[in-house]
Ligand binder design. Structure first.
Ligand SMILES: [Zn+2]
Length: 588
């Protein structure tokens, strides 16, 4: 069911960019646009380099235009969101920690990413396809609609032939533009990245690699085009001669010594250098919006230089906001098969796509934020559920409603959601304690609210699966909850009279209070009753010492149940342990 487009209001950053992009797109159209129906197709773009696992940090490259494109679609316009797969870029280095890859892959450095073998055991035909596939699957789960364009296909099919010949004819102009920046030192990129995060997401490996050189100035002059060697396939080539009329190009390979002369008008095995390639594609596709990371947006960067070069191709620079890096919390400690760098698939294992979309939608692109893989995810989910409740009862602010609406679906409809979205922290505790026993998990979750039990665990899915995955993969072993097998008789024997009484009060109330709300009331009530107050007394009616008494009572229960000072919230823990076992462990 399509979401009603409640989006013409300028309520958030997405709406404001959509306004700007539509206006710019219409300004570029020949003739006057009088209605949505005769408006040009709006083109927005992202670029991704499948040079290795595509990091979660690079997802912003896609989510920023996606959200803007989606808003434009909701307004009834046609939009193309291009994702340029920069799979014709050179293979730069063997990334660390990728399963099925060893040092022997180093021999492929310099070849196009699509000419490098996929990791061992991969069902995909080459390196680029292997890493693209994982990203494509994540984007589908996130509801991101896009047109993928393989730059290998574009270049090797000759799609850019005219543009390449044009760039070669105008190499002097291009060289003059690039020359303005060659003497200027690039800004201290590393320092800008430092502010991002402890986990140091290396987004610099993103699209187009800003570090790539901008073409070679050999003895034959400057050329913005680089062939891949006809013998060894590497790009360690130098153009030694070029004739504009015949388009005859001679190159030599410094890797293998091969040299040949080709006719560029018929030759499809090479590419424009990055700083020329990017603006060429803006012009070729008519891109109106393409954000970029801070490393592409600084003075002398490819975005800025591209703005000067794009005119050579008869195009215009897109609206291109700079986006700040996205950090990760809690992943640094984790050992990962991918060298500790999380991908969107890793995030989607522990959170629903709605939550991940929300993180991007609610922050302006220039604000950095962190994606939580640690305990913080529980608080984030609390916040998300609170927002959902506010939206439902009409008390949410317009900007928050906008972010929520963008998170739960797209112009094409709502994303599949969990039928019974029980609190994530409760699901995580239950998964923690039941350790894969689904029947137990279902029993406990049904006891949370006995008046409205769960028919099957599926009603709590996929959120339950995400919480379970989080517990299993991101909570260190020493923080996992292990319920005692046998009562701690030593501790039970050593209890003083008031402690014994508190345990007794709890046991006496268990049967009557066996639900999440009931047990919450009970565990907080016991110390009140012991101190001579009503279990219903509110904090204002109680002396501050009650808090201390509650804390020591809780610590005692944790010790008796799980042998530690702390653990999951007690009511959840009690439900998870089950009434009979609680009675045994508490010495009844
Ligand atoms: Zn060669």
């Amino acid at each position: 069911m399509p979401i009603v487009a409640q989006s013409t209001e300028t309520t958030d950053w997405v709406s404001r960019f959509a306004d700007e992009v539509i206006e710019e797109s219409e300004r570029r159209a020949p003739g006057t646009v009088t209605s949505v129906a005769d408006a040009p197709v709006v083109v927005v773009a992202s670029g991704l380099s499948p040079s290795g696992p595509i990091h979660l940090g690079n997802l912003r490259e896609v989510m920023t235009p996606h959200l803007v494109a989606d808003e434009i679609r909701r307004r009834g316009y046609q939009v193309r969101h291009l994702i340029s797969w920069d799979d014709y870029d050179r293979y730069r280095k063997v990334p660390a920690g990728v399963a099925g890859v060893d040092e022997s892959w180093a021999e492929h450095i310099g070849k196009p990413l699509t000419s490098v073998p996929a990791p061992k055991g991969s069902p995909h035909p080459n390196w680029a396809e292997h890493f693209k596939a994982a990203m494509i699957a994540s984007l589908a789960e996130l509801g991101v609609e896009f047109d993928g364009i393989s730059q290998t296909e574009q270049y090797t099919s000759g799609a850019y032939r005219e543009q390449i010949l044009h760039a070669m004819r105008h190499r002097g102009d291009i060289d003059a533009i690039l020359a303005q920046y060659r003497t200027k030192k690039a800004p201290a990129k590393k320092q800008q990245q430092k502010q991002v995060d402890e986990a140091e997401l290396e987004a610099e490996e993103g699209s187009g690699a800003a570090s790539e050189d901008d073409g070679s100035s050999g003895s034959a002059g400057y050329f913005p085009y680089k062939p891949y060697c006809g013998n060894c396939e590497k790009d360690l080539t130098t153009v030694t001669a070029y004739d504009d009329d015949s388009t005859e190009l001679t190159y030599a390979c410094t890797a293998c010594g091969f040299s040949e002369t080709v006719r560029l008008a018929e030759f499809n095995r090479g590419k424009l250098v990055w700083k020329v390639d990017w603006p060429m594609r803006w012009a070729y596709e008519g891109v109106v919006f393409e954000p970029s990371g801070v490393d592409h947006s600084s003075p002398g960067s490819s975005f800025q230089v591209g703005g000067q070069i794009v005119g050579i191709f008869g195009g215009k620079q897109p609206i291109g906001p700079m986006y700040a890096f996205v950090g990760i919390s809690g992943m640094a400690k984790m050992s990962s098969s991918r060298g500790g760098v999380p991908t969107p698939a890793d995030a989607l294992q522990i959170m629903e796509p709605q939550l991940l979309r929300w993180l991007y939608a609610r922050r302006r692109p220039n604000q950095s934020f962190k994606i939580a893989f640690d305990q913080e995810i529980q608080r984030l989910y609390d916040e998300w559920d609170k927002l959902a409740a506010k939206v439902a009862d009409g008390s949410a602010l317009p900007g928050d409603v906008a972010a929520y609406t963008r998170a739960i679906g797209t112009a094409a409809g709502e994303l599949p959601r969990t039928a019974r979205p029980l609190p994530y922290r409760t699901l995580a505790s239950v998964a923690d304690i039941t350790a894969g026993h689904q029947d137990q998990a279902l029993r406990i979750l049904s006891e949370l609210d006995p008046a409205n039990p769960l028919g099957s665990l599926d009603e709590a899915r996929p959120r339950y699966d995400k919480a379970e995955a989080w517990i299993n993969t991101h909570v260190p072993a020493d923080q996992r909850t292990i319920v005692r097998d046998e009562p701690d008789t030593e501790l039970l024997k050593s209890l003083d009279e008031p402690s014994q009484q508190s345990v007794r009060l709890l046991l006496d109330g268990l049967a009557e209070h066996w639900s999440l709300d009931g047990l919450t009331h009970l565990v907080y009530g016991v110390p009140k009753v012991q101190a001579g107050f009503s279990a219903d007394a509110t904090p204002k009616e109680l002396p501050p010492e009650i808090k201390t008494a509650q804390r020591s009572f809780f610590a005692l229960l944790y010790h008796l149940l799980v042998g530690r000072d702390t653990g999951p919230r007690l009511p959840t823990l009690l439900l998870a342990v089950g009434q009979d076992r609680v009675r045994t462990l508490l010495g009844e």
